[in-house]
Each structure stands twice: as structure tokens, then as C-alpha cells.
Design a protein around this ligand. Structure first.
Ligand code: ACO
Length: 412
């Protein structure tokens, strides 16, 4: 440390960890990742078992409460969430206030913050304390209510953000459909008359939602917790997470993958693209991960799901280019040496595209399920032993040492 940092550095040991590569900020019981072995478990259950045997909402219950629900618990949970899918008619005006070409993530991020304005009981700043008071059952129920609302309204808001851009009316959440089928129904994104979601596509989306539901302290979840550590209401914290997820290094990556594949155009152009990546002129979107140093275990499941979807929708024309790119990167020393393998986003964009979603809606399809993970972490934080500690990292100051103000007339 130079002389000018002296005062700062003298105040005790401080670890500088750019990008939080080695900093653990919480103890968590929710999600386990072994990035070297390619293992992902929610509450101890392997992701492969959940993806084939569970459903998104059942897994949501597991993530939030730590156990698989009984039949009664699940029925209650599902009905609470679906019931909270209905939104106040006034909110239609809010959605209509956006321009027709507004990005759906801008709408959705704003919508979560807007939603909080309806629920003063979720705003502890009025009470100056956490939503949860130890030993107080009512405060636990109060937290659950916000969780039901946020998960229930996530799909409704996402569908409204989608439809408002097309100048179409909003669809009230239907009854009798699963969470994911209800979402597809509300979107009716291909504009069909008497639309009924295909069970195969609803199931595929359900699997994708399940795989995206949590991934421990990624940038957006960390943002949610950082924000919530000030004890702000969960709606504001979720809005903050939404904003973080939108970036191209995080939730924007599946959109970037499709744009990359379109720009490559055909398998014949893959070698030239790979060389451009190696010259640092391009990034191979959908490859690389801060935690996984082998193939992301979710990408195997997604690859299989893609085949199911393509049976209904027909193969995406970009699939061959994607496969050629995948194989070329996997066999190239540049990527092997840096342990760059496919992540969850490499294949998911192809499925969304085959299902007819526009590119800028892809991050929304990531946010909707991730709301569950964010809320599981938020609840865990609110219930943690000893209360919530505000997250306030330190820095290493490298700016000027003390200097005196110079009047504008005397500056050269
Ligand atoms: N294409 C080309 N080179 C890459 C890529 C990539 N996708 N990812 C990493 N590298 C290179 C880096 O340039 C670096 O090379 P160097 O050591 O020679 O300087 C090396 O691999 C290590 O990479 P870092 O950037 O240090 O890894 P980090 O953990 O900081 O970044 C990240 C991880 C952001 C995911 C990165 O791999 C990336 O940008 N990937 C593309 C975007 C993407 O797919 N994001 C989705 C992530 S998963 C999710 O959010 C759901």
C-alpha cells in the first residue's frame, strides 16, 4: 500500500477480493454446487432427480421451506400461488404507460417495485425492523404471503409485459392449469384462437423453470440479498435482482447465444468464429462459468428437453451451427485450458426460440423461475440466527491523499 492509503490500511486486516472470487458472505442450506465435479443439488436433492421426478412448484416449495411438501401442503401452496396470480385492475394502466417498444425487462423490473407500493405490511421501514419477529407466527405468515404474491404475480406480470408490447389485451390467469401452463395460456404468444398450451411444451417449460429456480449466490441473488440486508421490502429487493439479472454476463446470455449463432450463420463459419474468440475479438456466449469448471449439469438436461420440444416445433435452423460450435469449442485447447464448458444458457435460448418467444423475452423467462430462488434466500436471511446484518463491504482506497480545495478562478 502506498503512503496515501496509510490511514485506511492501518485500520486492520482487509482482504481485497475483486469479483468476490473467494468471499463467502453467508452460510446457506439451500443450494449446493460442486463446480469441479459438475454437481448441483437443491436442499440435498440432485438436480437430475428433481428435473425428472418433481415439478417446478413442488421444487419451489422445497427451495423455500427446505422439505418436499406432503400432498396437503402442496395443494395449499399451489392454490395460494395461483390465487395470487390475479392482479389489481389498476395495474393494467401501469403496464400501458410503457412505450410499445419498451424492453420487457425494464417493464418487469419496474413492475416488481410498483407492486410493493400496494403492500405496506411488507415494508418494515414502517416498523424499523425485519418482517420476521422471532416466536411470532403472524410475522412468519406475513412473510409467506409476500412470497405467494411475488411468485403468483411473476407470471402474470411477465405475460402483461409481453402482451402490452403487442397492443393486446391482458389475460386473467385461468383456473385448472398448472403454474407453467397458466403462464403459457396468459401469453398465448402465437396469438391463436381458443389457445390451449401443448402439454409437452408446458412440461418442457416447467423443467426449464425448475432448472433455473436457484443457483446460490450468483450476481442477481447476491443483489437481492444485498438490497434486502437493509430490511427493505421484498418487492424492492426482487426488483433489484431483476435489474442485475438483465446483464449480458448473467441472464442476458441466452439472448446473446442466439445473436451469436445468427451472426455465425452456418457450421462452415464456426472455425473462423472460434479463431476470433481466441484472438479476443469475440466471446463465446453460453460457455464459461464462475463456479463450474466442467459442463454445467443443467445443460445436459436442457439438451434432452430441447429434443422433446423440437419434436413438436420442428428443429431450430440454428441447431446445427450450435452443435458444430459446441463440438469445436469442446475439442479446442484454448477452451479446455481455461475450463470453459457449456453453461445453462447455451441450449436454453434455442428452446425458447423454437417455442416462438422473441429474443428480448428470454431474460424474462429466466427471472420468473429465479424469483423462487431469490425468495428462498430472502426468507433464509430474514430467519437467520441473531437477525439480519447489513451487507456493507469495504474497499481498498487508491485515490489521492488529502489536498486543499482550489477556487475555480485559480485553477490552471
Ligand atoms: N469466451 C471466451 N473466453 C472466455 C469466456 C468465453 N465465454 N469465458 C471466459 N473466458 C476466458 C477469459 O477471457 C479468461 O481468459 P484469460 O485467463 O486468458 O484472461 C478465462 O477464460 C477465465 O475467465 P474469467 O472471465 O476470469 O471467468 P469469470 O468467472 O470471471 O467469468 C463468465 C465467468 C462471466 C460467465 C464468463 O465465462 C463469460 O463471460 N461467459 C460468457 C457469458 C455467459 O455465458 N454467461 C452466462 C453465465 S451462466 C448464468 O448466468 C446463468
Amino acid at each position: 500500500a502506498g503512503e496515501r492509503e496509510e490511514n485506511e490500511t492501518q485500520k486492520g486486516l482487509r482482504v481485497s477480493d475483486k469479483g468476490f472470487l473467494n468471499t463467502a458472505v453467508i452460510q446457506s442450506e439451500i443450494t449446493y454446487i460442486d463446480g469441479d465435479a459438475g454437481i448441483l443439488r437443491y436442499r440435498g436433492y440432485p438436480i437430475e432427480q428433481l428435473a425428472t421426478q418433481s415439478s417446478f412448484l413442488e421444487t419451489a416449495y422445497l427451495l423455500i421451506y427446505g422439505v418436499l411438501p406432503t400432498k396437503d401442503q402442496f395443494t395449499l401452496f399451489e392454490s395460494e400461488i395461483l390465487h395470487h396470480g390475479v392482479v389489481h385492475a389498476e395495474s393494467e394502466e401501469f403496464f400501458r404507460s410503457f412505450r410499445y417498444d419498451a424492453h420487457p425487462m425494464a417493464i418487469l423490473t419496474s413492475a416488481f417495485a410498483y407492486l410493493g407500493s400496494y403492500y405496506s405490511e411488507a415494508n418494515p421501514s414502517l416498523q424499523g425492523q425485519s418482517l420476521f419477529t422471532k416466536g411470532d407466527k403472524a410475522s412468519l405468515a406475513n412473510m409467506d404471503k409476500q412470497i405467494f404474491r411475488l411468485i403468483g404475480k411473476a407470471t402474470t406480470f411477465a405475460a402483461m409485459a409481453y402482451r402490452v408490447r403487442q397492443g393486446r389485451d391482458f389475460v386473467t390467469p385461468p383456473t385448472g392449469l398448472s403454474y407453467t401452463a397458466s403462464f403459457l395460456y396468459q401469453l398465448d404468444h402465437l396469438g391463436q384462437v381458443d389457445y390451449a398450451p401443448s402439454p409437452v411444451l408446458a412440461k418442457a417449460l416447467d423443467v426449464l423453470f425448475l432448472l433455473h429456480a436457484d443457483h446460490e449466490l450468483n450476481a442477481s441473488c447476491t443483489t437481492v440479498l444485498q438490497t434486502a440486508s437493509s430490511l427493505v421490502d421484498p418487492y424492492s429487493a426482487i426488483a433489484a435482482g431483476c435489474a442485475s439479472l438483465y446483464g449480458p454476463l448473467h441472464g442476458g446470455a441466452n439472448e446473446a447465444v442466439i445473436r451469436m449463432l445468427i451472426s455465425i450463420g452456418s457450421p462452415a463459419n464456426v472455425p473462423a468464429f472460434i479463431e476470433a474468440v481466441k484472438r479476443r475479438e469475440k466471446v463465446l456466449s453460453g460457455f464459461g462459468h464462475r463456479v463450474y469448471k466442467t459442463t454445467d449439469p443443467r445443460s445436459y438436461i436442457i439438451r434432452k428437453t430441447a429434443d422433446e420440444v423440437f419434436k413438436i416445433t420442428g428443429k431450430d435452423e440454428l441447431l446445427e451451427t450450435a452443435m458444430a460450435l459446441h463440438d469445436a469449442a469442446m475439442n479446442d485447447e484454448f477452451f479446455q485450458k481455461r475450463k470453459l464448458y457449456p453453461n445453462v444458457d447455451f441450449w436454453s435460448g434455442l428452446i425458447y426460440r423454437a417455442m416462438g418467444f422473441p429474443l428480448d423475452f428470454f431474460p424474462v423467462l429466466f427471472v420468473v423461475p429465479r424469483v423462487v430462488g431469490w425468495l428462498a434466500h430472502w426468507r433464509q436471511m430474514m430467519l437467520q440466527q441473531g437477525g439480519v446484518k447489513i451487507w456493507r463491504p469495504r474497499q481498498v482506497y487508491v485515490g489521492p491523499s488529502k489536498r486543499d480545495y482550489v477556487s475555480i478562478d485559480d485553477r490552471t
